[in-house]
Design a protein around this ligand. Structure first.
Ligand code: NAD
Ligand code: INS
Length: 319
């Protein structure tokens, strides 16, 4: 597979190196970045072409897959362009930041008639989350009763806005909770309490996000994006007969170290599935459903109570 990677920032650069050095069955053919110097540096390291637009990359005859790692608000345009070429796509999370744009992407894929988009929700490939999913499914500790989640980042990029606490960060918990429970999320509530003095002007941080699934499973999420001491993502699952803990005390400089193995598995699964004409992980429907949760979450940041998640009917393609 000859991949065009769009966005050569933190995540794009990491995926470029991964595709080149760890993944079998794929290599990087083109690197696209609006910052051409950045594209050139990344492209040079793997012997690929550096380009300024996705259109130029898609015009190269050898390019037959696309990995999107630009900021989330730019994903829709790139997704629609790559879909129009009927290429396999790995799109970093979020699929798009809001439900309406995510639904347009789903509709475009439905019109194409086959699943081409895999969304980069890497926690589904993390060994800890996989083990927890198995324990829940096999019922060895009884029924799952509650989830307590902590999601801490040391700091944020300069253009990080308050809604991105939800759309950029808690989107991972929406994904993880849907993955673990095999259910849709019904409502989201956000509470603000005492905040850190170390957050940029205009951002209340941390926030507490309260989530309920369709069957009444409750989850609480502490989202704290200026935690300074490091990156820590933890989940405690409470069962009728015990608890399971993932990640608590596993402090790394960033997501790159914490989830490095998960990204490797995610990208390898994408490549293997794409070569069979399939996807190997979360779908555009999962991207849409989590975007709908984000939309409820952003509304909840400005409401006092829970906000219901509104979902369209699931198209046949994803059933
Ligand atoms: N799965 C994860 O754990 C994880 C971790 C980090 C980031 N992400 C996601 O990856 C994506 C990128 O995040 P990042 O942290 O690498 O951001 P970043 O800002 O480090 O990199 C983004 C890159 O996109 C480029 N870019 C911006 N506009 C462009 C355009 N119009 N055309 C081409 N290139 C353009 C920028 O120049 C930059 O190099 C986001 O969707 C983010 O949510 C996922
Ligand atoms: O873009 C990043 C990335 O998705 C990380 O996995 C997450 O922990 C951060 O909160 C987010 O800002």
């Amino acid at each position: 597979m000859k991949v065009a990677v769009i966005g050569a920032g933190r995540m794009g650069a990491d995926h470029i190196s991964r595709l080149e050095h760890k993944i079998t069955g794929a290599s990087v053919a083109a690197v696209v970045d609006i910052d051409l110097a950045r594209a050139s540096a990344a492209a040079e390291s793997v012997g690929a072409r550096a380009l300024a637009t996705l259109g130029e990359a898609l015009a190269l005859p050898e390019v037959n897959a696309v990995l999107i790692a630009t900021p989330g608000f730019l994903h829709e345009e790139a997704l629609l362009e790559a879909l129009a070429h009927d290429l396999p796509i790995l799109c970093e999370k979020p699929l798009t930041p809001d439900a309406a744009s995510a639904w347009r992407v789903v509709q475009a894929e439905v019109a194409l008639g086959r699943k081409r988009i895999q969304v980069g929700f890497m926690r589904q490939f993390d060994a800890g989350y996989q083990k927890l999913k198995r324990i829940i499914a096999e019922g060895e500790k009884g029924q799952l009763l509650m989830l307590h989640c902590a999601h801490r980042n040391p700091d944020t990029l300069p253009d990080f806005t308050e809604s991105m606490l939800i759309t950029d960060s808690v989107v991972h918990e929406f994904d993880a909770i849907r993955f673990l429970s095999d259910e849709e999320i019904a409502s989201v509530q956000v509470r603000r309490g005492r905040g850190t003095s170390l957050a940029p002007e205009g951002i209340d941080d941390p926030q507490q996000v309260l989530i309920e699934t369709e069957s009444g499973l409750l989850a609480d999420v502490e989202i704290f994006v200026n935690a300074r001491y490091g990156y820590e993502v933890a989940t405690q699952a409470v069962f009728e007969n015990g608890t399971v803990n993932i990640g608590l005390g596993e402090v790394t400089p960033s997501f790159i170290e914490r989830f490095g193995d998960a990204y490797d598995v995610e990208v390898q699964r994408w490549v293997d599935a794409a070569r069979r004409g399939e996807i190997g992980g979360p779908s555009a429907w999962d991207g849409y459903a989590t975007a709908a949760c984000c939309e409820a979450g952003v509304a909840a940041q400005h409401s006092s109570g829970p906000v219901r998640v509104e979902l369209a009917d699931k198209p046949e393609l994803y059933r």
